[in-house]
Ligand binder design. Structure first.
Ligand SMILES: CC(C)(COP(=O)(O)OP(=O)(O)OC[C@H]1O[C@@H](n2cnc3c(N)ncnc32)[C@H](O)[C@@H]1OP(=O)(O)O)[C@@H](O)C(=O)NCCC(=O)NCCS
Length: 441
């Protein structure tokens, strides 16, 4: 990239693309801005180096925006865009994930992130990304067109007394070993099998798996140490993913899948024992104590059900921020999923129109014999004819299965369907559904 400058912001500030030479300075900048403690800071620095160096498959050199104070000769604000693919009921769509958003204290509240978000949104649109997602601080990203609309994290934890013990002389039925490149076909199959539980999932191809297993720096906060679960015959039963840095007093797994044919209740006690052991090792390495173990697998997971009494502490999920700049374009892509939902319901072969009023604009969904044949914007003059109303971006909560029509109706006095049939139809088209997304980073 010869000319890296995007905009001159005045007062000596320049907004530009990052270069490979910025990687170390960005790592230092991000560890200072985002690192909550020594280990967290190390994890942030390794993550930044992995991304800013362009060595990985998700971010190219130049995919960070940098605001430089040319007089002080330093980076004062920065963000990046991580491109990836997610799927809605199995239908892939492109996603852009702005991350590592930060501004030095002395330069805050001057619109530096607003400027950069505008640029990241332009890049994302140019890459054909229909949705942007962010894992971010509360409220802030609403200002850039985002709605909190997909579950993020959340989990269950237990203490040492909840770790199941083997009986005297009993041999461990399942053991775990580090995953290697030759395990990738198994990992891909087990992961995809697990994704059937989730309405939305991220698409992990071979290159991403390889990057996860061997491409990332050791302490990258977004890396998962992947372990294969093996039965007594040496057969692969499943896998787990553990962050490289212990989260405070807790050792945590954030991914856990089994291959078809294996039992959650048979395997999970072995997984808990292993997680506790690994936690002890990590605690020693980090000079910390281990108090708890955690399954950080979202709002619901089969492992919670088979080990409920071993995971007494419940942490509810936070949320992904979601932005959909062109709803028509996204609905066109996912329309087969909506048609399938209709077909499986009392509204099979439905013909008619659903007009959605978002108060400032709206949308018509036109069905003929159960086919979604028309998706059009609704002009301001037609908004009053709408069959359901949604303030601001609340409709995204329905679209991504985060909240049901009933819940939205309850939470927002200005959100409702105009009659019972429309409400039923919206419940069918956009049901509340579990989502558990392992975002790519
Ligand atoms: C949050 C942070 C990134 C904001 O950076 P910034 O350069 O000050 O942001 P901007 O000035 O572009 O903010 C855009 C708007 O949000 C407002 N704003 C800034 N910080 C805010 C905050 N913490 N909460 C809510 N609004 C905020 C600004 O006033 C501005 O409003 P306006 O456009 O109506 O004038 C910065 O405070 C920071 O680095 N914090 C520590 C790290 C962090 O939390 N990063 C986010 C991780 S997800």
């Amino acid at each position: 990239m010869t000319n890296t400058i995007i905009r001159n912001l005045g007062e000596g500030l320049v907004l530009r693309h990052s270069t490979a030479e910025d990687a170390e300075a960005l790592a230092k900048f991000n560890r200072e801005i985002h690192g909550e403690d020594e280990w967290d800071a190390r994890g942030i620095a390794d993550w930044t180096l992995d991304l800013a160096s362009g060595e990985g498959p998700t971010v190219a050199v130049g995919d960070f925006t940098v605001v430089e104070d040319t007089q002080a000769g330093e980076i004062v604000s920065s963000c990046c865009l991580i491109s990836q693919t997610w799927a809605y009921e199995g239908i892939p769509f492109k996603v852009g994930r702005p991350e590592l958003v930060g501004t030095k204290k002395a330069y805050r509240r001057r619109g530096l992130v607003r400027e950069q978000m505008e640029i990241l949104h332009q890049w994302s649109a140019a890459r054909g990304e229909l949705v942007q997602v962010i894992t971010g601080i509360p409220y802030y990203y609403r200002q850039f067109g985002y709605e909190m609309a997909i579950d993020l994290d959340g989990g269950r934890s237990g203490f040492k007394s909840h770790v199941p013990k083997l009986k005297d002389g009993e041999e461990e039925p399942y053991t775990l070993r580090k995953a290697a490149e030759q395990d990738i076909p198994f990992l891909m199959a087990a992961y995809e099998h697990g994704c059937q539980r989730s309405m939305i999932h991220s698409v992990w191809d071979e290159q991403l798996w390889l990057y996860e297993l061997s491409g990332k720096r050791k302490y990258n906060i977004d890396r998962r140490e992947v372990f294969i679960i093996v039965d007594r015959d040496g057969k692969q039963a499943g896998f787990i993913g553990i962050p490289p840095i212990k989260w405070g007093d807790k050792s945590t797994l954030t991914v856990y899948e089994l291959a078809p044919g294996f039992s959650w209740s048979a395997v999970t006690p072995s997984v808990i024992r292993f997680l506790w052991e690994i936690g002890e090792e990590l605690a020693k390495g980090q000079n910390q104590h281990q108090e708890k173990f955690g399954f950080w697998l979202g709002a619901s997971h089969p492992a919670y059900e088979v080990c409920t009494s071993r995971l007494p502490e419940i942490s509810k999920p936070y949320a992904f921020y979601v932005r959909v700049p062109d709803l028509v374009a996204l609905l066109l892509v996912i329309s087969p999923a909506l048609e399938n939902r209709l077909l499986a319901s009392a509204f099979a072969y439905y013909s008619g129109e659903v007009k959605l009023n978002f108060y400032r604009e709206g949308l018509t969904l036109g069905f003929a014999d159960g086919r979604l044949e028309k998706i059009e914007k609704l002009g301001p003059d037609s908004l009053e004819k709408a069959s359901a109303v949604f303030p601001d971006r609340v409709f995204l909560q329905l679209l991504f299965g985060y909240r049901s029509m009933d819940e939205l109706d309850h939470a927002f006095a200005d959100c409702y369907a105009k009659n019972g049939e429309t409400k039923q139809l919206l419940n069918v088209l956009f049901p509340k559904k579990h989502a558990e997304v392992w975002a790519i980073a």
